[in-house]
Design a protein around this ligand. Structure first.
Ligand code: HEM
Ligand SMILES: [Ca+2]
Ligand SMILES: [Ca+2]
Length: 306
């Protein structure tokens, strides 16, 4: 069981320390908060929230960083290392890298205009990574809603959690390679994805020409790209979801539960924030290592003693 007061005696200022380093990192640009929350998501979906994503390749570790959903995509590892250094100097040997990811995700949301909450803590760090698990368990933007729903169900998250958590696409960026299939020849039919708003389509085609770089960036939220708010959902209502997997929450079969949730969150930011906080806590609870399992890594990039 995780507890919000887990470090009350050993590291009472840990949340403040994490927040101040995230705030510092935000001075060099708004994107890092989005990158940090995504690390927590990609960690929790593989072996649970155990910082397995942070382990570098070595003779004994096949790094998750090199798995398809992460390679040339996940970022912010240097900021996690800065946080770890600051936390170690205040409270040596006490705070896990897995808890640092959870705390960094919370600070990232609140510093970008979203809700604040007390993060349940007490996770320990894994001794292993699972690259194959990262390839199979993290949803892809090209997958259908029913597959994605199954991948969330596999870690104990329901449709409410799915829709609320996808609201994190209210900030951050995506590379053309993750959505260009929608712009020119969707599903081999020679035409763009018909659920795309036509003005938005033209703008995206400008950012991602047919033979341009797959690494060019677009905002996940075209309305308020850097603030944590509910415009992700109002975008979906207008055909302005960036990824196929985003737009499918709304442009799916009539009566689907996800449509009602999108409409609710689009009209009521307070409801979105409340559900988002609960779902972040649910995601943060995915099979943590506790008690005598795992370890407190001294360097988030490697297992102790290696
Ligand atoms: C159906 C599930 C999901 C899919 C298919 C998905 C897919 C993606 C893709 C393809 C990108 C762009 C990556 C790139 O171009 O390098 C992305 C970015 C992002 N995702 Fe998701 N995602 C999902 C769920 C989530 C969840 C649950 C969260 C957090 C709670 C999240 C947070 C983010 C953020 C903040 C970014 C921007 C990162 C940055 O700018 O560095 N995503 N996602
Ligand atoms: Ca993990
Ligand atoms: Ca936004």
């Amino acid at each position: 069981q995780l507890h919000t007061t887990f470090y009350a005696n050993t590291c009472p200022n840990v949340s403040t320390i994490v927040r101040s380093i995230v705030q510092q990192a935000l001075q060099s640009g708004p994107r890092i908060s989005a990158s940090l929350i995504r690390l927590h998501f990609h960690d929790c979906f593989v072996q649970g929230c155990d910082a397995s994503i942070l382990l570098d390749n070595s003779s004994t570790i096949l790094s998750e960083k090199l798995a398809a959903p992460n390679v040339n995509s996940t970022r912010g590892f240097n900021v996690v290392d800065s946080i770890k250094t600051a936390v170690e100097s205040a409270c040596p040997g006490d705070v896990s890298c897995a808890d640092i990811l959870a705390l960094a995700a919370q600070s990232s949301v609140s510093l970008s205009g979203g809700p604040s909450w007390n993060v349940p803590l007490g996770r320990r760090d894994s001794l292993t990574a699972n690259q194959t698990g990262a390839n199979t368990s993290i949803p892809s933007p090209f997958e259908g809603l029913s597959n994605i729903t199954s991948k969330f169900a596999a870690v104990g998250l329901n449709t409410n959690d799915l829709v609320a958590l996808l609201g994190a696409h209210t900030f951050g960026r995506a590379q053309c390679r993750t959505f260009r299939n929608r712009l020119y020849n969707f599903s081999g039919r020679g035409k763009p994805d018909s659920t795309l708003n036509t003005t938005y389509l033209t703008a995206l085609q400008q950012i991602c020409p047919q033979n341009g770089s797959g690494a060019a960036l677009a905002n996940l939220d075209t309305t308020t790209p850097d603030s944590f708010d509910n415009s992700y959902f109002t975008n979906l209502q207008k055909g302005q979801g960036l990824l196929q997997s985003d737009q499918e929450l709304f442009s799916t079969s009539t009566g689907a539960a996800t449509i009602a949730l999108v409409n609710n969150f689009g009209s009521n930011q307070t409801a979105f924030f409340q559900c988002f906080v609960q779902s972040m806590i649910n995601m943060g609870n995915i099979s943590p290592l506790t008690g005598g399992n795992g370890e407190i890594r001294s360097d988030c990039k490697k297992v102790n003693g290696s």
